[in-house]
Design a protein around this ligand. Structure first.
Ligand SMILES: NC(=O)c1ccc[n+]([C@@H]2O[C@H](COP(=O)([O-])OP(=O)(O)OC[C@H]3O[C@@H](n4cnc5c(N)ncnc54)[C@H](O)[C@@H]3O)[C@@H](O)[C@H]2O)c1
Length: 449
C-alpha cells in the first residue's frame, strides 16, 4: 500500500519504519528539513532500541523515503497518517495547531480518495475538526474529492516502540466508514495475525480511549507515590507493600512502582488535556487533578531528601546524578524529573555532575553550557569529586554498582535511590547512607503505642 506519514518524531518514524518493513511504500514527511536531511543520510533523530536497523534497511530498499514535499506525499498516500505533536497549550489543553495545519495542507493538495488517519493524541472532537479543515480547503478549490478520517490513537511506549508497533496489544480504529476500516484492516493485517487486536469504535470513543489509558497509568503511579509518602511517615517499606498488593491479580504488578514522579511527552500533557476537556464539557475531574498534584510534589521529593541530609544547605555541594532521560531506553527528556531536580539544585547553589547512557546530548541541548553542570562520559566519572549520588533513571547499567567504590568517592557518603532499585542493607553495609522513596528506613520511626 502507499502510505504517507506527516510528522517524523517518535510515533511517525517508528510507524513509518514498521509499515515499510511489512512491504508498504512509505513516505515520512516533516517540516523540520534538518531532520529529513539527517534521515536521508542515515542519521537517527532519536534513540529508540532497534529502530536504526529497520530504518536503514528499508531506506536502502526504497520502501521508506523521507521528504519535506507535502504535495508529493499527499499524491502518494492512499493512507495518510497525521503523527505530529500535540503539546500543551498555555492553559494545559492540547494545542491542535500542528494537526490542523496538516489537515489544511491535505485539503490543499488532495487529488484522489484517501483515508486520513489521526495517530496524534487529540481531544475528543478532533476527527470532526480535521474533517472540517480538509473539507473547507477542498471547497475553496471547488473540487469534490471523497475522503475519510479515522481516529487511530497510538499506544507505543518509548524505549519499546518498535516492539510495540510490530506487536501491538490493541489497534483502536475509530470510524463509521466501512471503506476506511477495510483499508486499515488490510494495512494492519501483518500486525494482527496472532489474534484479533482491532477494536473498532466511533471516533470520539477512540479519542477518549487514548486519554483514558494514559490517565489510568498516571493514576497508578501517583497512587503508589501517595502511599509511599504514607509509608515513609508510618515507618513502613513501600517495596514490601508493592509486593503485597501486586500479587492480587485485580491490581497487578505493573505501573505500581513508587519513584521520583512521572514525566515524558505523554502522561503530564495528556492528564492535563483530559482535565481541560472534562471541564470544557462541564465536569470537574477530581481524580485527574489529584494525580497531577501528587506528581508535581513527587518531582521535588529527591531534592527534599537531599536538603534534609545536608541540613538545609546545599550551596557549594556537588551532586552526582545517574540518569537524565524520563525513563530508561530513551533519550527523551521532555518533562523528565531530572529537569525539576537539577533546577532546584542549581537554585540552592549546588553543582551537578551527571551521566545518562543516551541523553547526555539532549541534556546539553536542553540546559546549554553552564558552569554548574558537567556531563560526564560514564557513571563513575559523575561520582568523581561529588558529595552525594542520586539515581534518577533506572538504566540497567546502574543496577549493580560497587557500593564500596562509591563510598570511597562520595564525600558525604550518601546515596539517594529515586527508583528504589537498590537493597538498602547492601548500600548501608558499604558505609553509605541510603535514602529511597517511601522506605521507612530513612526516616525516624514513630514510637509504637
Ligand atoms: N512519544 C510517544 O511515546 C507517543 C506515544 C503515543 C502517542 N503519542 C502522540 O503522538 C503525537 C506525536 O508525538 P511524538 O512524540 O512522535 O512527537 P515528536 O515531537 O517527536 O514529533 C512530531 C514531529 O512532527 C513534526 N511536524 C510538526 N508540524 C508538522 C507539519 N505540519 N507537517 C509535518 N510534520 C510536522 C515536527 O517537526 C516533529 O518532527 C503526539 O500527539 C503524542 O502525544 C506519542
Amino acid at each position: 500500500m502507499q502510505v504517507s506519514i506527516f510528522g517524523t518524531g517518535y510515533v511517525g518514524l517508528v510507524t513509518g519504519a514498521c509499515l515499510a518493513e511489512s512491504g508498504n511504500a512509505v513516505i515520512c514527511l516533516d517540516v523540520d528539513a534538518s531532520k529529513i536531511d539527517g534521515l536521508n543520510r542515515g542519521v537517527m533523530p532519536i534513540y529508540e532500541p532497534g529502530l536504526e536497523d529497520v530504518v536503514v534497511r528499508n531506506h536502502a530498499s526504497k520502501n521508506l523515503n523521507f521528504s519535506t514535499d507535502a504535495a508529493s506525499a499527499i499524491a502518494h498516500g492512499q493512507i495518510i497518517f497525521i503523527a505530529v505533536g500535540t503539546p500543551p497549550d498555555e492553559d494545559g489543553s492540547a494545542d491542535l495547531r500542528y494537526v490542523l495545519a496538516v489537515a489544511k495542507t491535505i485539503g490543499m493538495h488532495l487529488g484522489q480518495y484517501a483515508v486520513i488517519v489521526n495517530k496524534s493524541t487529540v481531544p475528543v472532537g478532533t476527527a470532526d475538526k480535521v474533517h472540517a479543515a480538509i473539507a473547507t480547503e477542498l471547497s475553496n478549490r471547488g473540487v469534490a474529492i471523497e475522503f475519510d478520517v479515522v481516529s487511530n490513537p497510538e499506544f507505543l511506549k518509548e524505549g519499546d516502540a518498535v516492539k510495540d508497533c510490530m506487536r501491538p496489544d490493541r489497534i483502536v480504529l475509530g470510524s463509521k466508514s466501512v471503506r476506511a476500516i477495510d483499508l486499515l484492516k488490510k494495512l494492519y493485517a501483518p500486525f494482527n495475525r496472532n489474534h484479533e487486536r482491532i477494536v473498532q469504535m466511533d471516533e470520539r470513543s477512540a479519542e477518549l480511549t487514548k486519554y483514558a489509558a494514559n490517565a489510568m497509568l498516571a493514576t497508578k503511579i501517583s497512587f503508589m507515590n501517595e502511599v509511599s509518602n504514607i509509608a515513609e511517615r508510618v515507618g513502613a517499606d513501600i517495596e514490601m507493600v508493592r509486593l503485597g498488593i501486586g500479587s492480587d491479580a485485580r491490581i497487578g504488578f505493573s505501573f505500581i512502582y513508587p519513584g521520583a514522579g512521572y514525566g515524558g511527552s505523554c502522561f503530564p500533557k495528556d492528564v492535563q488535556a483530559l482535565e481541560k476537556t472534562a471541564k470544557a464539557f462541564g465536569y470537574e475531574p477530581r481524580i485527574l487533578h489529584a494525580v497531577e498534584a501528587v506528581n508535581a510534589d513527587q518531582k521535588s521529593k529527591l531534592f527534599e531528601l537531599l536538603l534534609k541530609h545536608f541540613d538545609g544547605d546545599l550551596s557549594g555541594k556537588t551532586i552526582a546524578v545517574w540518569g537524565l532521560a524520563f525513563k530508561p531506553n530513551t533519550d527523551d527528556m521532555r518533562e523528565a524529573s531530572s529537569r525539576t531536580l537539577l533546577a532546584k539544585l542549581w537554585q540552592a547553589g549546588a553543582a551537578v555532575r551527571a551521566f545518562d547512557p543516551e541523553a547526555n546530548h539532549e541534556a546539553a541541548r536542553v540546559f546549554g553550557a553552564r558552569d554548574d553542570l558537567t556531563l560526564c562520559a560514564d557513571a563513575m566519572a559523575a561520582v568523581e569529586g561529588s558529595d552525594a549520588l542520586v539515581l534518577l533513571t533506572e538504566w540497567k547499567t546502574f543496577w549493580s554498582p560497587d557500593f564500596k567504590a562509591l563510598k570511597a568517592k562520595l564525600k558525604a557518603g550518601a546515596l539517594f535511590d529515586g527508583r528504589n532499585i537498590y537493597d538498602p542493607a547492601s548500600v548501608e553495609a558499604a558505609g553509605l547512607a541510603y535514602y529511597g522513596i517511601g522506605r521507612g528506613r530513612s526516616i525516624t520511626y514513630p514510637k509504637l503505642v
